[in-house]
Design a protein around this ligand. Structure first.
Ligand SMILES: Nc1ncnc2c1ncn2[C@@H]1O[C@H](COP(=O)(O)OP(=O)(O)O)[C@@H](O)[C@H]1O
Ligand SMILES: [Mg+2]
Length: 315
């Protein structure tokens, strides 16, 4: 069953086309990893899904119903973890959850029970009476997530929930997302960190410049670029002349350099890896050779010509 379906979504900010005919399906029980560099349009897309902005054209269905005619009912079953932390620093942790749970109509013992469960879930039980002003970034992020969970949403939308936190809190959050999925929650997880989608997503949707440029499982996406070979060689010395010669070999798509290491991507079967190695040997000797399995980063690079490494983009 489809939990959400977005068809042909167009959204402009003035003359800027932020979403250019985007389609997105979310099936029940999956973790969809929405990956893209800053400015790709991820937040705009999920805000459209949550009914927070007006789209210029296209259609949105959620839980099988058209969004416009059923917005309040849909919102009751959605949780949104915002990209910027939206908690009250002068309320206690408990009061924050009581506030957000209250918005969704929870009260009395039902509210109390859900607050207790949610605090336990995000590991903040011991901090219930503390004010989050003093918290670390990771603890604030966990409270921000808890605020979106008190009302037990069927679809949880998380917008870059791990930005600016330590690795331990990040792992805690990723593990929580897996656990939510096991308990039946469908999750749309937005990030520009590719290792996160690689580790938790059942399906990956890659966006760039307002377009969905690829989607599928990690294996699907990698299979799609298997027409390429990738090899890393470490040399005694890399000269500009060698780089030039390698780049001019027919079939070589890119040569990137990091110190004395070169990464060469070329079309399969062109035989030019042999030629590349011969050139490298001739230019002063090879220290090591490493043929690697393509990664999600290679998929992104192949599709866009840009690198998206741990959020740092280079073009
Ligand atoms: N309220 C706004 N007004 C004008 N431009 C915006 C607004 N929100 C986002 N944009 C622009 O739309 C594009 C997509 O932004 P966004 O959806 O925030 O991307 P992402 O979440 O992938 O980083 C960017 O170029 C951004 O500058
Ligand atoms: Mg964003």
């Amino acid at each position: 069953m489809l939990v959400a379906q977005m068809n042909n979504i167009v959204k402009r900010y003035g003359s800027h086309l932020a979403l250019d005919h985007v389609d997105l399906d979310i099936r029940e029980g999956e973790i969809v990893g929405l990956l893209g560099p800053n400015g790709a349009g991820k937040t705009t897309l999920i805000h459209a899904l949550a009914g927070l902005n007006r789209i210029d054209s296209g259609s949105i269905h959620c839980f099988g119903k058209p969004q416009t005619a059923n917005l309040m009912e849909i919102k009751r079953n959605l949780g949104l973890v915002t990209q910027d932390i939206t908690i009250f620093e002068d309320l206690t942790v408990w009061e924050n959850l009581a506030f957000f749970g209250g918005i969704y109509g929870l009260k009395g013992s039902g509210l109390k029970k859900r607050i207790e469960e949610t605090l336990e879930f995000v590991g903040l039980t011991d901090c219930a009476n503390k004010r989050p002003g003093i918290f670390s970034g990771g603890m604030k992020r966990r409270l921000n997530i808890a605020c979106a969970l008190t009302h037990k949403p069927k679809l949880l939308i998380m917008d870059e929930p791990t930005v600016g936190i330590d690795p331990q809190s990040r792992n805690h959050i990723l593990e929580s997302v897996r656990e939510l999925q096991r308990s039946g929650t469908t999750i749309l997880y937005t990030t520009h960190y590719m290792e996160e989608v690689q580790s938790i997503a059942s399906r990956i949707v890659i966006m760039d410049q307002g377009h969905v440029i690829a989607q599928g499982t990690l294996d699907d996406l990698i299979d799609n670029i298997q027409h390429e070979e990738k090899i890393k060689i470490e040399l005694v010395e890399v000269t500009g002349q060698l780089l030039e010669q390698l780049r001019q070999l027919a079939g070589v798509k890119s040569v990137t350099q990091e110190g004395n290491k070169l990464t060469i991507i070329s079309t399969v079967g062109s035989g030019n890896l042999d030629r590349a190695l011969a050139l490298a040997r001739h230019a002063g000797g090879i220290r090591s050779i490493n043929a690697e399995k393509p990664t999600l980063e290679d998929v992104f690079f192949t599709l866009t010509g840009k690198q998206l490494r741990d959020g740092k983009e280079t073009s």
